[in-house]
Write a protein that binds this ligand. Sequence first.
Ligand code: NAD
Length: 450
Amino acid sequence: MEKILESQRQFFASDATKSYAFRIAQLKKLKQLLIQHQQAIMDALYADLHKGPFEAYTTEVGFNIRSIGHTLTQLKKWMQPKRYKGEIFLPFANAYVQPEPKGNVLLIGPFNYPFQLVIEPLIGAIAAGNTAIIKPSEFTPKTEAIIEKLINENFDASYLYVIKGDAKVTSELLKLRFDHIFFTGSTKVGQIVYEAAAKFLTPVTLELGGKSPTIIDETANLKVAAERIAFAKFTNAGQTCIAPDYVYVHATIKDAFLKAFQDVIQKRYLNKQTFGRIVSDRHYQRLLGLIDAKKVVFQPKPIPEERYMGPTILSQVTWQDKVMQEEIFGPILPILTFNTIDEVIQTLKGKEKPLALYLFSENKQTQKRVWSSLSFGNGAINDALMQVATSQLPFGGVGQSGFGSYHGVHSFQTFSHQKAYIKKSTKIDVPIAYPPYDEMKLKVIKKLMK
Ligand code: NAD
């Protein structure tokens, strides 16, 4: 590891990664590799998580291909220094911000979108002119292997390199000095990464998880809400960081929502061929432990040997239930009820800030109140999950769900330092700031500094 990182330091120091032409060439090469190997990537995702081709393409490989396409068209603009004029204390000068690459970065990925969630930050790292060491999740070994093959066989190790391995390997990597660490994973491991980074004052981006609420008030279009919530919850069998963790529904429409939701499940989500699988036996057992049999209103028969757990609905759930004590990260949807939106706001203010929040309501007042009262990483009104479909929006958490953000220009900014400077003419020198000082100078300054 140390050798690879040292070679990346030297390569970065040569300034080779910095030119527009180099960055564009690497992005084009990566895009070509993704297109060329898309079938193998999708096969790996099927083997690891039972992701069907549509899901694997839209949420992983196609997502990245589109993102590279966007970056290719925008990079020139992003790299331009920004010029600011008109500062009275800087006569005959211009002020600039010039984005520059941070240097040698480390990217650590999770298991749930094991391809997309390392390639997406990689796109930003390349676009910003960095070198990268990539540590994909060890829990999705087929995808880990294809990422290793694509990168290590096609890029020089002194530029991009994949290191495979578990928590032990990551701990060793975290002992090294990087210029930025981009981590996606659990809050618990995020704390470990943050602590390790502190030793070298390395900046970090922490893309973490949490319990993302979905609020449905009595004015909601239930049919549409049921479709969109089911899609967001059951994509990748619920193993999505921004999946609705639970539904918080107005008590008067709970039964109507339950009926609409079960209709959607019956129609779309009972096909075992296309439904995802839980990543490991450990997670499967953890999920089984969250299901209180007395509260189950819908549950297909689980198949433990396949780690298949179908869409499962729990009703009459309270905040004291086990399922409400941790991020679910599986196809279990607990339903809680409320009577007033004030109650919802007060309750959620007492919880950790989630990565996402969704509100289904036709009431503009309610939309405004919830949005101005509650803090969360990202979200949607009358939709769920689809806020990630645009590269314009920054994607990231707040509080315990993480900090920093990426996607599109935000990835570029995350992996860049905003170098700020002024450039001044030497033709005229205004001496007001130089000593000796007198009453007159102070008077003039006071007039100017207001
Ligand atoms: P995880 O934290 O267990 O693992 C993530 C990475 O950290 C893996 O590469 C793993 O090898 C490494 N790791 C694990 N233990 C470590 C340790 N003790 N020291 C150093 N490194 C260690 O996360 P996961 O189970 O793969 O993913 C699920 C979590 O990720 C959920 O909480 C989910 O919400 C979150 N997540 C967040 C986002 C986001 O964009 N915010 C996206 C996907 C997943």
